[in-house]
Design a binder for this molecule. Structure first.
Ligand code: HPA
Length: 279
């Protein structure tokens, strides 16, 4: 059996050899949202291919590097691109970067993603703070022997999306004049988009958003005690809501359109999270 704790440690050490920066906050930037990492100052870029055991993304719109730099005065580690279960990666591979963050001393992570909007009060381009999730990926990164160095066998998931971080995100959205939305994210395996019947089912079980990422990362982050804030960009209304087919091009276009707003929101949130992790 591979020792993922040792692998995560080795990866963290390689990253830390490249920079003197020791961020306590990490960002995972989803489809079309990777531009934020380009705006970091004093940045060190570490291609995933340089990091031992680090999975490389195959999805269009994902660059595949870790950028360590400052967002204003806040040091951060940002992942420009992530890997997904639908690419064929195992749940352990998908969550390896989160475990590396853990070994780097990261205390809080902001996960971003593109999602389909199920809640009819959302519109295309809306930014939605995730309140909770429903794991329908048919996978869990903690399956297998538990490594107590990461966390406990049966981690609690009650307060996975930190209440105070959700409040900060909503406050800062308000300050920026961005409509405040919060919702439940249903994580599916993909890569096919959902059928209209599946979307109707997801609505009935309480989902406001649907996507193909984030859930496994949140589970791994909570396992090791990293606090989580997750924000979805509603890149499209989910299947069957509008009488039109879904496409990856639409997802990317919407991501592109709202990225400036998304980046301003992240920039506003970061100093407050930074305050929290220092306490
Ligand atoms: N479904 C699943 N994942 C997605 C969607 C969607 O409609 N939009 C962006 N990611």
């Amino acid at each position: 059996m591979t020792d993922s704790f040792a692998l995560a440690d080795a990866a963290a050490q390689l990253i830390q050899k490249r920079t003197t920066l020791r961020p306590q906050i990490a960002l995972v930037l989803g489809s079309g949202l990777g531009g934020f990492a380009d705006s970091l100052t004093g940045a060190t870029r570490v291609p995933y291919s340089d990091i031992p055991a680090f999975p490389r993304s195959t999805a269009i719109g994902h660059a595949g590097q870790m950028v360590l730099g400052h967002a204003g005065s806040v040091p951060v580690a940002a992942m420009q691109g992530r890997v997904h279960l639908y690419e064929g990666y195992s749940p352990q591979e998908v969550t390896f970067p989160i475990r590396v963050f853990g070994r780097m001393g990261i205390r809080a992570v902001i996960l971003t993603n593109a999602a389909g909007g199920i809640n009819l009060s959302y519109s295309q381009g809306a930014l939605v703070v995730i309140r909770d999730h429903i794991n329908l990926q048919g996978a869990n990164p903690l399956v297998g022997p538990n490594d107590d160095r990461f966390g406990v066998r049966f981690p609690d998931m009650t307060h996975s999306y930190a209440k105070e971080y959700r409040q900060i995100a909503r406050d800062e959205a308000g300050n920026l004049g961005i409509p405040k939305h919060e919702g439940v994210y249903a994580g599916l395996l993909g890569p096919s988009y959902e059928t209209p019947a599946e979307i109707e089912y997801l609505r009935r079980i309480g989902a406001d958003l649907v996507g193909m990422s984030t859930v496994a990362e949140v589970i791994a982050a909570r396992h090791i005690g990293i606090k989580v804030l997750a924000i979805s960009c509603v890149t499209n209304m989910a299947a069957g809501i509008l009488d039109q087919p879904l496409s990856h091009a639409e997802v990317m276009e919407t991501g592109e359109r709202v990225k400036t707003t998304f980046e301003s929101l992240l920039r506003a949130i970061l100093p407050r999270l930074s305050q929290d992790v220092k306490e």
